[in-house]
Write a protein that binds this ligand. Structure first.
Ligand SMILES: [Zn+2]
Length: 404
């Protein structure tokens, strides 16, 4: 545990922000420093290290056969003023598991690859830039042309800047087959702590159904317009906001629904609003449940708008849930039981690189508790003992999946 603690602390110092927390947007100077640190550690652990054209760092541990691979890993880029565990634990925890396999002199049947994915957070270029490239969902020229949001530099040039300083081999793309992908991550929510469980065995990563609604009424004077002669979009929009919660609560299950975006025009106290735009975010492991809730919300919004004489139009967008592989879920459970830890099965309500990896392989995720459920903030914390339990589960599961 001491070695994991010291690695997490060392990495957490790179990009330390004077305003608090860690700021390491992908391929920025601090992220490059963090990358060089991880490459060094991978080499010390006798991994063969490569960087692909998506900037992903790949450390290979040989098996008795050439492929398929078991991959594990996460990301080391952070949001601005983020925490030192989000992503970092999956990378350094994977590294620790591999170092222990080395010390146990275990040669697995299948080779293992430890992957550091680029720009998971999407603060620098685009969300999941690295894992999308890894999974073949985006081609090199498109990715390299993406312009930076954090710095005025293209992805290609930022990658070049890193490659000049790294002593890892450069490859176009990781082309071996992958049997399964495992990711250890902090929960980023309060459930494990509240339920007093040490490990969360993730059943799937929730999908997101987003509905953007525009309510268009008649902008008018707040004093001179009689109450019965108004078409006030504020009324239909705010009724819809509270209805989202009611519908979601009524269904129970694993659904969550939020209206976190509400924009009023012209947003002036003595004017009846002309238009209101709201953004609704519905998440669940079931695509069907999300779509049904979405439909119910839209029907309701249409009704209240009609009554008010307000015109409604909307756009929808859906990102499918990614289910974890049942056999991997069972293997993780067996490992936790063997180690004697308390666990629960749970969905992941945050998105992760594994969601993208599910496009090309079977996935599994292991969660450890986040203090107070806080993440993407300087106060993000997981006790090192808890973090290490996650590593033990990861190691045992890797062993079972890679075989002997
Ligand atoms: Zn993360």
């Amino acid at each position: 545990m001491e070695r994991l603690k010291s690695d997490l602390e060392s990495l957490g110092k790179i990009g330390k922000d004077p305003k608090g927390g860690v700021s390491r947007p992908a391929l920025s100077e601090p992220d490059i420093e963090a990358r060089l640190y991880v490459i060094e550690k991978m080499k010390e652990a006798k991994l063969k290290v490569y960087v692909d054209q998506g900037g992903n760092i790949i450390g290979l541990r040989e098996g008795k056969v050439k492929e398929p691979f078991i991959t594990t890993g996460s990301h080391i880029d952070t949001v601005l003023n983020g925490g030192m565990f989000d992503g970092a634990l999956g990378v350094l925890g994977g590294l620790e598991a591999i170092r222990e396999l080395n010390e146990d002199r275990v040669q697995t049947k299948l080779p293992i690859a430890l992957v550091v994915f680029t720009d998971e957070e999407g603060n620098a270029f685009m969300p999941f830039a690295g894992s999308k490239y890894f999974a073949g969902l985006i081609d090199k020229s498109t990715l390299h042309a993406v312009e930076g949001k954090y710095e005025k530099i293209s992805f290609g040039n930022a990658l070049e800047r890193f490659l000049k300083r790294s002593n890892a081999g450069v490859i176009e793309r990781f082309s071996s087959t992958i049997l399964s992908h495992l990711e250890l991550h902090v929960e980023q929510g309060p459930i494990l702590e509240v339920e007093r469980k040490q490990i969360g065995v993730v059943t799937g990563i929730v999908g997101v159904h987003r509905i953007w609604m525009n309510f268009n009424g008649k902008q008018a004077h707040a004093g001179t317009t009689p109450m019965n002669m108004r078409s006030d979009p504020m009324i239909s929009a705010s009724a819809t906001v509270t209805k989202v919660r009611e519908i979601v609560l009524g269904r129970g299950k694993d659904l969550v629904g939020t209206v976190g975006y509400f924009q009023v025009s012209p947003n002036v106290v003595n004017v009846i609003a002309g238009s209101v735009r709201i953004g609704i975010d519905i998440r669940s492991l079931s695509r069907n449940d999300m779509l049904e809730v979405g439909k119910e919300v839209i029907d309701y919004a249409r009704n209240v708008s009609e009554k008010e004489g307000v015109r409604l139009n909307y756009e929808t967008y859906i990102e499918n849930p990614a289910m974890c592989d049942e056999t991997i879920v069972k293997t993780i459970e067996e490992s936790v039981i063997q180690l004697g830890y308390q666990y629960m099965k749970m969905p992941s309500r945050a998105v992760h690189d594994s969601q993208v990896m599910s496009e090309i392989t079977k996935i599994g995720m292991i969660f450890v508790p986040s203090k107070g459920g806080i993440s993407h903030a300087p106060d993000e914390w997981t006790d090192f003992e808890d973090a290490y339990k996650g590593v033990e589960v990861l190691k045992l599961t890797l062993l079972k999946l890679a075989g002997s």
